[in-house]
Design a binder for this molecule. Sequence first.
Ligand code: PEP
Ligand code: MG
Length: 579
Amino acid sequence: MAKMLTRRLSGIAASPGIALAKAFRINNDHYVPVAGKAVDRDLEIHRFRNAVEEAKQELVEIKDLTEQRMGAAKAEIFEAHLMLLEDPDYIDAIIEGIKDEGMNAEFKLHEVANSFIEVLSAMDNELLRERAVDVRDITGRIMSKLRGVSFEAIAAINEPCIVIAEDLTPSDTAQLNLDYVLGFVTEVGSRTSHSAIMARSLEVPAVVGAGEIAAEIVTGTKIIIDAIEGVVLIAPNEQEVETYQARKAYYDQRKAQLRKLLDQPTLSADGHRVELAANIGSVEDLQKVLANGAEGIGLFRTEFLYMGRKTLPSEEEQFQVYKHVLERMDNKPVVIRTLDIGGDKELPYMKLPAESNPFLGLRAVRLCLNQKDLFRTQLRALLRASSYGQLKIMFPMIAVVEELQAAKQLLLEEKAKLIQEGIPVSDLIEVGIMIEVPAAALAADFLAKEVDFFSIGTNDLIQYTMAADRMNETVSYLYQPCHPSILRLIQMVIQAANKEGKWVGMCGEMAGDERAIPILLGMGLHEFSMSASSILPARALLKEISYQEWASYTQQILAMSSQAQINQFVEQKTRSDLT
Ligand code: PEP
Ligand code: MG
């Protein structure tokens, strides 16, 4: 084989770190068999049955392995695959086809599976559409047995590698064995896509949205990912390997130094106090939160409690989760956001009508006000949990003051009912909203009168202000946290809240962005909530920069016309602060 030259790909640095290893491509094998006649129909059926049996054995092994390593819930996906291998509609249709038409097994498997996939993919129901992925997956496995080639599955990885995939679904990420998977690269995705958020919570270096060329990386190729700069090097030369090994060593050493800031308060160089909190999606994230010295939870995305299941979580189930989080946080502030479903997060079992613009549709608080029983259940669970810690309830996607008033009214009604039932409810619960719709930012002065706090959701605020889908990498150049339009909105929000004596946090990805932190400090942001892994670097940075100095730059920064100019200014100033 001809020796490849190093190729460089740029993508989005989604989760920081550097990794050097061989690539491991997740099955993207689109093998299409040729139609041919079976030499002997019975023999062909026998060959097919054997392949199914081998696939079954392999799946049982992977299922057991996943269960041991990651628990029964994560292994459930393989149960569905095993059931498909027993499904007469699928398996018998292939056998009948071989028997009646005398076709070869590969062709018949491909044909039957394709007709299944086509029908399932066209279904309205998300759960059924997901079955298409299972059929594709299991078909690939049987096909590999027929062809005598190995079928690469994430859970079967047992040597150090960097995973390459078109994208990673939550079930893919669930199976990643972090003893071996040193990082991953995806062809699609953005900084705020769920595979990116997952990578940060697992603290795995990841470059996402690396484009179609990433599809050319084959298993076994040596690669380097620099998920600080967002670069992937394919087949690097010796010198490049040495350079990146040194960078990795430096990065790992700095990480160790940051550990020393674990229990220190967050103070700027001139002694201004801010709070560094963490974003979580489930109770499993709490360990990382505590291990990274968070001073609270600034955002608990409760929608993950509702996802990946077949029915709504009950009040009791939710109560147990919220109580657990509050107790583990030991009276530190915990901001729990009410259900933010819609947009890219679907709940198939709710059978909501399809929308042509889901991000602009019945999402978050809009859905909750439309489905009041669902909302009341969550509010009751939150209120019941409130006596176990310092709870703050936050409503997402508020656009107009009437939505906030309606949500608060339901909260009051549920509180009154609980008190009447003799169930204790804390009197100290704060109620706030996310500022993620430009309308809310522009009218923050009215909203500030009705809340205890704001938390700026820049992931959506940027998406809606720039009119650029946060999931679409072709417009990711418009994801500009430090664009003057965004900074002006943020300043308006902080000023409006300050005027009413309310505090302002930020829980979008921008809060952990080192190029934005000095500006936000200077503008007077009170709380920064981010992925747990960003907390210590943020604390180290804040320790080196002065609040007064950055406050004095605010007007100058807001008068600059582009993000590039602002980034350059911040880089230049922080470099001199750090030296
Ligand atoms: C945001 O929009 O900034 C945010 C934090 O919410 P999410 O990413 O869950 O939409
Ligand atoms: Mg949002």
